[in-house]
Write a protein that binds this ligand. Sequence first.
Ligand SMILES: [Zn+2]
Length: 213
Amino acid sequence: MALSPPPKLWYLPNHRDALQAHMHFLHELGNAKTEANYHVYYQTLIKDGTANGATSNAYLTSSNVSFKTKCISMKYRTGTLYNQKHAVLFKLSTTQTCPLCPQVDSALHILPGCQHTQIRNMITERHNIACRMILKAIGKTGSLGSCIVSMDIGSNKRMTMQSLQIPETAESRIVPKWLFPPRFSDKDRLTSSRPDFVLVTPIAANTQNNKLM
Ligand SMILES: [Zn+2]
C-alpha cells in the first residue's frame, strides 16, 4: 500500500493573526467574539484600571498552579465552566437548580454562592487560604508583618498548617477601637463585619499612610 506523502510544512509569518487566520480557516477556531459580553467586561476592567492585566494573568505562568486549576480558571473566565445552565442548554437536564442546594446553578454559584453546608465551609476555607498566602507574602517584605493590627482569616490551627505565625500585633480578630472615630459605638464596632486584615503602616515624616486590606 502506497504511503501518502507527509504534509507539507511551512512557516507562519507570526503566532498572532497569521496563526489565528490559519486555525479559523482549517478548524473554525481562533476567532474570538469580540462583541460578546465576556470580552467587553474584561476589556473594560483593563481600560478603566480596575484590573491589572499582568497580576490577573500571572497564574497562567506560575509553577505553583496546577494545569487542571489553570484550565478551570480559564473556563470560569470564559463562561464555559460546566453547570446546570449548560446541562439544560445541551438537553442533558430539565432543571437549572444546583444539584446540592435549592438555588439556581451558574459558574458564579459554584465559586462563591452554593449554600450546601460542606461547600460553604470549603468556600470559606479557600478564601482563608488565599488570605494566608497574602499574609505570608506581606511577612516576606520585612517589617510590614508587624504592621498588621488585626486579622480574621481562620483558626490558629489552620495558620499553623500553612506554617504561619500570628504577628504579636494581630492576635485579636476584633478591629482595635483606636482605628474608629471617637463617637463610633462599641456595639457597632463589635457587630460590623470584619476586614480580613487591617495593616497600618508607620507614619513617615509629614505623611500618614493607613491601608485597609
Ligand atoms: Zn448550590
